[in-house]
Ligand binder design. Structure first.
Ligand SMILES: [Fe+2]
Ligand SMILES: [Fe+2]
Length: 332
């Protein structure tokens, strides 16, 4: 799809959402929030790809687009601030609808200028294959563009290419830093070079001084930002690898520590069990011996007592019998 058709399609999508919002009733708060969420996403992505590709490529290759591109950037800037306020705002707040009304007016005005003035200049200047390649680059960029507005971020190359790669990753949770940065930066760089190399001969073959200077700045800046982004990606990968290795080491140390503790505990338990067994055995032996001794002594004592008692009784009985005999003799 060529670049202008892609951008026009985005404009139509947003216009349909605007109409849905305007038709939603005052009490349709949930529906309004859902529509505004979609508008925030669509416009954030659309503004990003225009700022990353369409505007810089136009400025570098299409004479007479410098002023309109700069004005467009300022209009985007205002729209992004309003979007950032609407992003997450409660639709029940009294200024929600008013903010949406101002946003819609601004975007409609901006879209009209792009479609009536900007796009025709670009279409007149760039050939079909240049527009197709520009469209393809923007379609790819849409996949990773930030889905929320970032009004404080840079909006011109090369700053916006790096900022959008970072913000896009945060907004969408991606992990292809080098891919995003390299892809977008190389693409815009190559596009400008390609378009400048085969632009229509009817127009100024080398572009205005401003266009040439912009193209040079974009190419130079883009190269540097590519290097920076790749270096950042390599650093990030290295940090991740170091962190992973550290975590592995800690886990391994923890496992070793646990093993040692278990080993020590096991040895301790064995020792305690052995000591307890020995102690129990000793106690049992002592108890046996002591009990046997006591039993023997008691038995001996008891037997002696019984013997003594029996002797005394015999003696007493004999004495009694002798006394009785004596008494009987005396009586007779
Ligand atoms: Fe725009
Ligand atoms: Fe646009």
């Amino acid at each position: 799809m060529d670049a202008i058709t892609l951008l026009r399609n985005d404009h139509k999508t947003v216009e349909r959402l605007f109409k849905r919002f305007e038709k939603a009733g005052d009490r349709a708060l949930v529906e309004k929030r859902e529509i505004v969420d979609r508008i925030v996403e669509e416009l954030s992505i659309h503004a990003t790809i225009e700022e990353q590709y369409f505007y810089p490529v136009a400025r570098a290759t299409v004479p007479g687009t410098e002023d309109i591109a700069l004005e467009s950037l300022e209009e985007h800037h205002i729209v992004k601030w309003v979007l950032s306020e609407l992003d997450g705002m409660d639709p029940a707040e009294e200024r929600f609808d008013a903010k949406m009304t101002v946003l819609i007016e601004n975007v409609r005005h901006h879209v009209e200028e792009e479609e009536q003035e900007f796009f025709p200049k670009v279409r007149a200047e760039l050939d079909r294959s240049a527009l197709a390649e520009l469209g393809e680059a923007m379609a790819t960029a849409k996949e990773m563009a930030p889905s929320h507005p970032h009004p404080r971020s840079p909006d011109t190359p090369p700053g916006n290419l790096a900022a959008a790669a970072g913000a896009g990753m945060v907004d969408r949770i991606g992990d292809t830093v080098s891919g995003v940065a390299q892809g977008s930066v190389s693409a815009v760089q190559d596009l400008i070079a390609l378009i400048l190399g085969r632009r229509k001969r009817s127009a100024s073959p080398t572009g205005s001084k401003v266009a040439r200077s912009t193209a040079h700045d974009v190419r130079g800046g883009a190269s540097k930002i590519t290097d920076d982004a790749v270096a950042a990606a390599v650093r990030a990968k290295r940090t991740a690898a170091t962190a992973a290795a550290g975590a592995k080491k800690t886990a391994s140390a923890a496992v070793d520590g646990t093993k040692d503790t278990a080993r020590t505990a096991s040895k301790g338990a064995k020792r305690t069990a052995t000591t307890a067994k020995r102690s129990a055995k000793r106690t049992a032996t002592t108890a046996k011996r002591s009990s046997a001794k006591r039993s023997t002594t008691t038995a001996k004592r008891s037997s002696a007592t019984r013997t003594a008692r029996s002797g005394a009784a015999k003696k007493a009985s004999s004495a009694t019998r002798s006394t009785a005999k004596k008494a009987a003799a005396a009586a007779s």
